[in-house]
Design a protein around this ligand. Structure first.
Ligand code: PEP
Length: 655
C-alpha cells in the first residue's frame, strides 16, 4: 500500500479523508474527540511538509440533506484547539465557494469541508461527485479507517481523479494490525464476539473458525445459538431466520476443533430498563416473560480464564445491554480481563471501546481500532474497499509513457493466472516506466487483484455488459468489474465483434457504461484482410470511431484508450508493418481531433495490437503515433511480456 510518506508534498493540494464522526451530546458538543486526535499524526505530517490540506469527513446520518445539527463546524473549532494554527471551515464540500477556498489555501494550511453526507451522492460512490471533490486536488490520503468498509465516494471513487492515492498513518497502522491478526496470530488466539445479531457477524465467525482456538460469544446473539441447540430462551432476542445457520456454525466449529463458548449463566429481566428486577439464571428454560440482557458472573469468570491463557485476543461487541448499569457487568468484566491479559489485544466496535474507557483500562490494550465495522470486515477475510491499495492513478491518462496491456483471452486457470502475475510482479521494477495492465479471464480477476495488491500493475477485464444489474444471465456488469478490482475494460475486441455479434452500437453503450462507473475502456477497432485489400481500412476505422464514440463529451473521450488491431494480424503471426500501423494511428488521431480538439487528441493513447512480440515492439513503438500495445499471445508468458514492456520503454526513450 502506498503511504503518505511516498508523496512529494511541498505545496501540493491533498484531500485528506478523515473519520471525524465524533459523538455529540444533545447540545451539539463533542463528547469524545478521540477520532479527531487519531487523525493528527497524518494531518500534522502533511502540514509540516507544506501541503495544502483539504480535510473531509462525514458526521452522523443526515441522509443526503443539510442538517445543521450534524455540521462539522464544532469539529473545526475543536481541531483548531489541537493544532497550532487556524482551521478554515467551508460551508459545503463541493461547489464554487469551496473551489475558491481551495484555490486560496496557503501551503501548510488546512481547510475542513462541511459534512460529506449532506450530499446523497457521498454514499453512492458517485463518479461526478468524486470529480467535484477532487477538483484542484493533487493527492488523496485516506486516513479514515472507520469508513474503510464503505465503498463511498470520498473513500473509493475519488482515488481515480488524483495523481496518487495513498493511506495515512492511521489506516496503515490499522491495516498492519489486522494483517497480523489474520496471518500470524500468536496462539492461543481468542475471539470475543458480542452484540445483538448473529447476522452481523456470520462472515467473521466463519473465518475465525479457521483461525481462532476459542470463540467466546456474548450479547443477544448468543440466544440464536441457544435456540439452535433447542433451548427455551423465553423472550430473549432471537433471529429466527438465522437459527439454522447458527447450528451450522456450531457444527463447523466442532468439526474443526474450535472451542465455541456460549454463556453458562444469564442475567434475565422482564424488560430492558434500569429499574426492571433482574436475576441470574443458570438453567433453561427461561421463564416465558423474561429475556437475557447480560452474561452472568460464572460466564465472566470462565471467559476471564480463557482470556488469561490467550496470546492473541480480538474483541468486538458488548456482552449485554451495556448502556444500562445493571446489565453492564458482563461487558465490564470482559473489558477488565482483556486489559489484565498479557496477550496482544485488539478491540474494535463502539460499545466495547466505550467499555474500556469507562473502566479506564484503554491504555492497557495493544490496539484500539477506530473502525468496528471495518475491522470485522477485515477479519471476515475481506479487505475493506477503502483499505485496498489504491493503484497508480489511472484517470490522468497520459501518453508520456508507453502503455502495454496483456490480453490473456480465454486462457489460464486461476492458479495459472496467479502464477503469471506473480512472475510479472517480480519484474515490476523493470517496468516502472511503462503503464502495465493485465487482462485475465473473469474467473481470475479477484485472485489476480489480490496478488497485484501493492503493485503499480493494473487490472482490466475483457468485456462487460452495459446494464448495472438485472436478468441478463451470463453477463458481467460494470459494478461487478469495479468490485473485482478492475480499472480497465476491453470493449469491442475483434473476436467479440466476429463471434459474439458485438456492433458499433453495443460498443458505444458499453463505453458509456464503463465511463459512468469509473472504468477506463480500451476500445478496439480495425479492418479485415478483405477490407484492407479493398482499400477500405480508413473508411472502416472512421465508422467504428464515429459510431463507437457517438455522444461522448471531450472529457469522456479523454478517458478512452483506442486500440487499433487489424483483424488480419490478430493471433495470426502477421503484424502490420510499423509504417502501416503508423498510417492508421495518424489517421485516427487526426479524425478524433475534429471532434475533440487538438489537445485531447495529441494526449490520446492509441495502442497497436496484432501479433506484437518482443522482436517487433521497438520498431512499432518508435512510431510517432503509437503509444503502446495490446498484446495477446505474447502476454501469456511472463518472459515475452516483460521483454515487450522493456522494449516499449526503450523505444519511448529514443522517440
Ligand atoms: C489481442 O488479443 O488483442 C491480440 C492483439 O492478440 P495477438 O497479440 O495474439 O495477436
Amino acid at each position: 500500500m502506498l503511504s503518505v510518506k511516498d508523496l512529494d508534498l511541498g505545496c501540493k493540494t491533498v484531500f485528506l479523508r478523515v473519520d471525524f464522526n465524533v459523538p455529540l451530546d444533545e447540545n451539539g458538543n463533542i463528547r469524545n474527540d478521540a477520532r479527531i486526535r487519531a487523525a493528527l499524526p497524518t494531518l500534522e505530517y502533511l502540514l509540516d511538509k507544506g501541503a495544502r490540506v483539504v480535510a473531509a469527513s462525514h458526521l452522523g446520518r443526515p441522509k443526503g440533506k443539510v442538517n445543521p445539527k450534524l455540521s462539522l463546524k464544532p469539529v473545526a473549532i475543536r481541531l483548531a484547539e489541537l493544532i497550532p494554527q487556524d482551521v478554515i471551515f467551508s460551508p459545503d464540500c463541493i461547489g464554487g465557494q469551496v473551489d475558491c477556498l481551495k484555490q486560496g489555501l496557503g501551503c501548510g494550511h488546512v481547510l475542513l469541508l462541511e459534512n460529506l453526507r449532506f450530499h446523497a451522492e457521498e454514499k453512492e460512490n458517485d463518479f461526478e461527485f468524486a470529480r467535484a471533490l477532487a477538483w484542484k486536488i493533487d493527492y488523496f490520503v485516506n486516513d479514515a479507517f472507520g469508513t474503510c468498509h464503505r465503498a463511498h465516494t470520498s473513500v473509493v471513487a475519488i482515488a481515480q481523479f488524483v495523481k496518487k492515492a495513498v493511506a495515512g498513518f492511521l489506516v496503515e497502522k490499522e491495516v498492519e494490525c489486522m494483517e497480523g491478526l489474520i496471518h500470524a496470530p500468536e496462539k492461543p488466539f481468542t475471539a470475543i464476539l458480542g452484540g445483538a445479531k448473529v447476522s452481523d457477524k456470520i462472515p467473521v465467525i466463519r473465518n475465525l473458525i479457521d483461525k481462532a482456538d476459542d470463540i467466546l460469544i456474548g450479547g443477544a446473539m448468543a440466544y440464536t445459538f441457544f435456540q439452535a441447540l433447542g433451548k427455551d430462551t423465553g423472550r430473549s432476542l432471537v433471529e429466527q431466520d438465522k437459527v439454522e445457520l447458527a447450528l451450522s456454525l456450531l457444527n463447523e466449529a466442532k468439526a474443526k476443533g474450535v472451542n465455541f463458548h456460549l454463556p453458562q449463566d444469564h442475567v434475565i429481566a422482564e424488560s430492558m430498563t434500569a429499574t426492571a428486577p433482574s436475576e441470574i439464571l443458570i438453567d433453561f428454560p427461561f421463564p416465558k416473560d423474561r429475556m437475557a440482557l447480560d452474561i452472568g458472573p460464572r460466564t465472566v469468570e470462565a471467559y476471564g480464564e480463557i482470556i488469561q491463557k490467550s496470546r492473541t485476543i480480538f474483541w468486538n461487541g458488548p456482552m449485554g445491554v451495556f448502556e444500562i448499569n445493571q446489565f453492564a457487568r458482563g461487558t465490564d468484566g470482559v473489558a477488565a480481563a482483556v486489559a489484565d491479559s498479557e496477550a496482544m489485544s485488539v478491540v474494535g466496535g463502539g460499545d466495547s471501546v466505550a467499555a474500556l474507557y469507562k473502566a479506564g483500562v484503554q491504555d492497557r490494550i495493544s490496539h484500539i481500532s477506530t473502525g468496528g465495522g471495518a475491522s470485522l470486515e477485515y477479519l471476515a477475510n475481506e479487505t475493506p474497499p477503502g483499505s485496498r491499495p489504491y493503484r497508480r492513478n489511472n484517470m490522468t491518462l497520459t501518453n508520456a509513457t508507453p502503455f502495454i496491456a496483456g490480453n490473456w483471452k480465454m486462457y489460464k486457470t486461476v492458479a495459472e493466472a496467479d502464477e503469471l502475475v506473480a512472475k510479472l510482479l517480480a519484474a515490476s521494477a523493470d517496468m516502472m516506466e511503462a503503464e502495465v495492465v493485465v487482462i485475465p479471464p473473469f474467473t481470475a480477476l479477484s485472485k489476480v487483484n489480490q496478488t497485484l495488491c501493492e503493485s503499480p500493475i493494473q487490472l482490466g477485464a475483457q468485456n462487460m455488459y452495459w446494464e448495472d444489474q438485472g436478468a441478463f444471465t451470463g453477463e458481467i456488469s460494470p459494478p461487478m468489474l469495479v468490485e473485482a478490482g478492475c480499472q480497465y475494460v476491453v470493449i469491442g475486441h475483434s473476436e467479440r465483434r466476429q463471434y459474439f455479434g458485438e456492433t458499433n452500437e453495443t460498443v458505444n453503450k458499453k463505453i458509456k457504461a464503463s465511463l459512468a462507473h469509473g472504468l477506463l475502456p480500451i476500445m478496439c477497432l480495425g479492418e479485415s484482410l478483405q477490407e484492407r485489400e479493398n482499400n477500405e481500412t480508413m473508411a472502416k476505422v472512421e465508422r467504428q470511431l464515429s459510431e463507437g464514440l457517438a455522444g461522448l463529451t471531450p472529457e469522456q473521450f479523454s478517458r478512452v484508450i483506442i486500440a487499433y488491431e487489424p483483424i488480419w494480424a490478430i493471433g495470426t503471426g502477421l503484424t502490420a508493418t510499423p509504417e502501416q500501423a503508423q498510417d492508421v494511428h495518424a489517421f485516427i488521431r487526426e479524425n478524433l481531433s475534429e471532434n475533440y480538439g487538438n489537445t485531447a487528441c495529441s494526449c490520446a493513447i492509441i495502442l497497436y495490437g496484432g501479433s506484437v512480440k518482443p522482436a517487433n515492439t521497438f520498431s512499432l513503438l518508435k512510431k510517432e503515433d503509437i503509444n503502446g500495445a495490446l498484446v495477446g499471445g505474447a502476454a501469456l508468458e511472463s518472459g515475452s511480456f516483460i521483454e515487450i514492456v522493456k522494449e516499449s520503454i526503450r523505444a519511448y526513450k529514443e522517440k
